[in-house]
Design a protein around this ligand. Structure first.
Ligand code: NAG
Ligand code: NAG
Ligand code: NAG
Ligand code: NAG
Ligand code: NAG
Ligand code: NAG
Length: 394
């Protein structure tokens, strides 16, 4: 089947729009021009958006919250069962009971800007099949799609920061700066690394906040890092006090005055004024991550829940991490946030898995919601006999 060219279609729609204005105004003399325009516009939108290529540009993601509603998991539901049947439970009195929707911002920031061939921000249609996650900017394409989709399913806001390189600092030092600047406009800002994926797209952050005991006074939450041996160093994942570091691959920040104090101390850490030794983490691993774990988490946690350390298995690592990597000491399998730190090329597989799962769930639910219409019970008593009668059998 052949479609008219986009130019022809636009001309056609424009003509239709003018004709529609003419007719509508002829019928409704008293209607103000603005309302007329609106009526004509909606008529043309309907006519021109049928099965033809998209001409009327409305954001398809604005329909996601409604479309995914049937499978969105309730925020306060006591037990979540994942597709494998594994269960997790909420504490008895969940703190978050109402959707936070656009009070939450999900933010991606990266210097690997995916505008190249077959990448997310390129205007040419992606070929998902050939998306090659061993190429950095294609890996980030898969992850950012996952983050954006997750945001839109739950009505969270989303930004991608195409990040600059930083002078005399590792690029990841940008995290506290961006968090601090965005947080004034939201209740929560949630940052997710470009090699991390949300594994259960139907499960809202509010449910996870409840699971993790993130309270209205929690400033920052981050997962405990995957313990590993680097070289001969069994303490590689620990700070100088022997406590396992936090991983900045997933950061929840809440708009509270303590959070801004914390972020300021973190941003200025390498200047060495407050923390004379901090300069060593400018470019040395693990940069801003180590600085937070070494200093900030001890100085800004007066009530003990101002900084929440998330279980490693919930938000770090991936299935197979311990089996496939002998230097890894903790079996963190990324149950909710999957972080492919050592297997970046698998980011696409896990993102695909999450996407297919949620589409399968939605399809299954939709089919079953329409059971009356879609399901015909041919095993019912008398059905076959009646069919034979209609067909004109014996
Ligand atoms: C976008 O993709 C097209 C098609 O692969 C390619 O020709 C173009 O160079 C890409 N744009 C950029 C900015 O790389
Ligand atoms: C952020 O916190 C400040 C101080 O409590 C408050 O005035 C502001 O409304 C908050 N912004 C949002 C978007 O929640
Ligand atoms: C690792 O840390 C422990 C306790 O913090 C210490 O006793 C041990 O010497 C450290 N090992 C190395 C190789 O630094
Ligand atoms: C980075 O770490 C090395 C080894 O621990 C150390 O010698 C060096 O001084 C550090 N770099 C800076 C800028 O402090
Ligand atoms: C690691 O955790 C995964 C998922 O919970 C589990 O399937 C696997 O058996 C565990 N592996 C080890 C070595 O404990
Ligand atoms: C997810 O990625 C891990 C490695 O990061 C891999 O072992 C696993 O098979 C992937 N899962 C799926 C469903 O693709």
């Amino acid at each position: 089947m052949s479609y008219p060219s986009p130019q022809k279609l636009i001309t056609l729609c424009l003509a239709l729009f003018l004709v529609a204005i003419f007719f509508v105004s002829a019928v409704q003399h008293s209607t103000p021009i603005k309302a007329l325009k609106h009526t004509a516009q909606s008529a043309v939108t309907e006519i021109c958006s049928g099965n033809e290529p998209v001409v009327v540009h409305h954001d398809p993601a604005s329909a996601f919250p409604t479309a995914f509603k049937p499978i969105r998991f309730p925020i306060t539901s006591p037990t979540y069962t994942d597709p494998t049947g594994r269960q997790w439970h909420l504490p008895s009195t969940p703190k978050w009971t109402q959707p936070l929707a656009n009070e939450i911002l999900i933010v991606d920031m990266d210097t690997r800007i995916p505008t190249g061939p077959n990448e997310l921000w390129n205007t040419t249609t992606m070929n998902y099949n050939t998306l090659d996650a061993s190429v950095d900017s294609q890996m980030v394409s898969a992850a950012f799609m996952n983050h954006f989709l997750y945001a839109r399913i739950h009505g969270y806001d989303y930004r991608f920061i195409a990040a600059p390189h930083l002078p005399s600092h590792h690029d990841t030092w940008i995290k506290p700066f961006v968090l601090s600047s965005l947080l004034r406009s939201y209740r929560f800002v949630v940052f997710i690394d470009a090699d991390a994926t949300i594994q259960h797209l139907e499960l809202p952050l509010e449910w996870l906040f409840n699971k993790w005991n993130i309270t209205p006074r929690t400033s920052i939450a981050m997962p405990i890092d995957t313990e590993q041996i680097l070289g001969e160093d069994r303490n590689a994942s620990k700070d100088s006090r022997g406590k396992v570091a936090l991983n900045t691959g997933f950061i929840v920040a809440q708009n509270l005055s303590l959070t801004f104090e914390m972020l300021d101390a973190w941003k200025t850490c390498t200047e060495g004024k407050r923390y004379p030794e901090c300069g060593q983490w400018k470019e040395n691993w693990s940069h801003e991550q180590r600085a937070f774990s070494e200093y900030i988490r001890y100085d800004f946690n007066p009530k003990g829940d101002n900084i929440v350390e998330l279980p490693c298995d919930d938000a770090m690592g991936f299935p197979g991490i311990i089996e496939d990597h002998p230097h890894i000491l903790a079996n963190c399998s990324g149950q909710f946030v999957r972080h492919q730190t050592m297997a970046k090329e698998r980011t696409k597989e896990n993102a695909s898995q999450a996407l297919l799962q949620v589409m399968a769930q939605l399809t299954q639910r939709s089919l079953q919601m329409g059971r009356e219409k879609y399901w015909v019970d041919g095993t019912e008593e008398g059905w076959w006999a009646s069919l034979k009668k209609v067909v004109g059998g014996d």
